[in-house]
Design a protein around this ligand. Structure first.
Ligand code: ZN
Length: 460
């Protein structure tokens, strides 16, 4: 391992890394699933559907026998495990909303799981109480195998060092010394803080890249974009094998700037703490639904324009808390086409963000894809659209040194064109955009209620 500076290290990060690596690589059945996924990526559509049906039957039996919430729901809806003869029969089950997890989460945990074998994680929503999700080793192993396969698609070797730029917290002693990263030797990672990345600290980050030479970088698109932007402003390009983004919607503008700064392709991953859908890009840049991971339904919603659907997912690999027909609250633009990579996985044109990435006009029209207003605006570092009510939208902008009043007016004009008259649009210059608990940035925050939830009866 090249020039590790022990002074930069905090053993906690590496010890944590050993713990994670042990769970993922030794305790979980990740090797078995990697073998399966290496083969199944080349299965025909029929073979994939057959696999999904077998897994669905297994899941429904588990839900009926061991999950109190589903036992009750199936009794209310008069559904039995033997009713599931095809994938279409999934529609016999009711949708599950976030609110059900919030109120009745414990009843969604399988009584077959032993407390010892449960791993807890939480959703990171900016509003409302975070949800607690339980996972088991099967889920951890499957996900690790799936992400390992995407790294292979991205051209990475198992030993390649990766830098991560996510919402990691570091000891104050490191930060005071101007060390905004730590080394995780167990997983060969250079773990960097997204909280401290700014114009005045960026040279330290670039020095760390120089010193530890990662071959790839993974993290939040907003953080990697900010880093890429600072680098390009300094005429610095650091070639990598790949950049892997996740956890936030990747805007086309961000992708372009990141690919330029790191002279490689961006591989995006879409997933969520509830683990009911995995959609990620292949070597050809198209988004694929991973059908072995879950059954994803694209559901019509009257509030959305043609071609846009709500993502509803059924987890095939989490026996601890099997979520069936879970409404994630995200929207995708679905494609009818196929991909030239040869895999028969369903193709999605784009994940266009959460249902709450929309603003609402006074007439009730939903306006999404607002990232387009930033097209061509390369001299801003971060931005956020905030809608306090139907009549007002505030555009929060972190400008760089070359940002002019005219640039601001141009963006405001584009915003105005999209939301129409009757909405007051204004710009607010801020030194930074507040991040969520996990250090993410939400591109749109609207305080206006958009959807009527619970379109189906709640089976209490
Ligand atoms: Zn493909």
């Amino acid at each position: 391992m090249k020039s590790i500076n022990i002074k930069d290290m905090n053993m906690g990060t590496t010890l944590n890394g050993f713990k994670h690596a042990f769970v993922k690589r030794v305790l979980s059945p990740s090797k078995k699933y990697k073998k399966l996924l290496d083969q199944s990526q080349w299965w025909s559509k029929n073979e994939l559907q057959y696999y999904q049906l077998q897994q669905l039957k297994r899941l429904i039996n588990l839900a009926w026998n061991y999950v109190p919430y589903y036992r009750g729901a199936m009794q209310v809806f008069n559904v039995k495990p033997e009713d599931f003869g095809s994938l279409d029969d999934l529609a016999l089950m009711p949708f599950v909303e976030k609110d059900i997890i919030r109120r009745r989460g414990e009843e969604l945990v399988s009584t077959k799981s032993t407390q010892m074998a449960l791993y807890q994680c939480h959703t990171s929503g900016t509003t409302g109480t975070p949800l607690t999700i339980y996972r088991d080793l099967r889920n951890i192993g499957f996900e690790y195998a799936m992400l390992s396969r995407q790294r292979e698609w991205a051209g990475l070797q198992p030993g390649d060092r990766c830098a991560t730029l996510k919402g990691e917290l570091f000891p104050a002693t490191n930060i005071q010394k101007g060390v905004y990263w730590d080394l995780n030797i167990a997983e060969n990672k250079l773990v960097m803080s997204s909280y401290h990345l700014a114009e005045r600290t960026v040279d330290r980050y670039i020095d760390a890249f120089d010193k530890y030479r990662p071959r790839a970088i993974d993290g939040y698109p907003s953080s990697i974009y900010a880093l890429a932007k600072f680098m390009l402003d300094r005429d610095i390009i650091i070639p990598m094998k790949a950049v892997l983004t996740s956890s936030e919607t990747l805007a086309p503008e961000q992708k372009e700037v990141i690919e330029q700064a790191f002279a490689c392709r961006v591989f995006d991953y879409y997933g969520m703490a509830e683990r009911v859908a995995a959609i990620h890009t292949c070597e050809h840049g198209r988004y694929h639904v991973v059908p072995e991971y879950s059954i994803v339904e694209f559901v019509r919603n009257g509030n959305l324009a043609d071609g846009y659907f709500e993502i509803v997912g059924t987890a095939l690999n989490n026996d601890a808390m099997p979520l069936i027909r879970y409404r994630v609250g995200d929207i995708a633009r679905v494609s009818q086409g196929s991909c030239t990579c040869g895999r028969e996985y369903p193709v999605v044109d784009a994940i266009v963000g959460r249902t709450d990435d929309y603003v609402v006009t006074p007439s009730g029209k939903l306006v999404g894809r607002l990232d387009h207003i930033f097209k061509g605006a390369r001299n801003l570092i971060q931005a956020q659209i905030y809608q306090p009510n139907r009549q007002r939208i505030v555009l929060r902008v972190v400008p760089d040194r070359t940002f002019t009043k005219k640039d601001g007016e141009r963006i405001l004009q584009k915003l105005h064109e999209r939301v129409g008259d009757g909405v007051n649009c204004e710009i607010e210059y801020v030194p930074y955009i507040a991040r969520t608990r996990r250090g993410k940035i939400k591109s749109v925050i609207s305080e206006v209620e958009i959807f009527n939830h619970c379109t189906e009866e709640d089976p209490r």
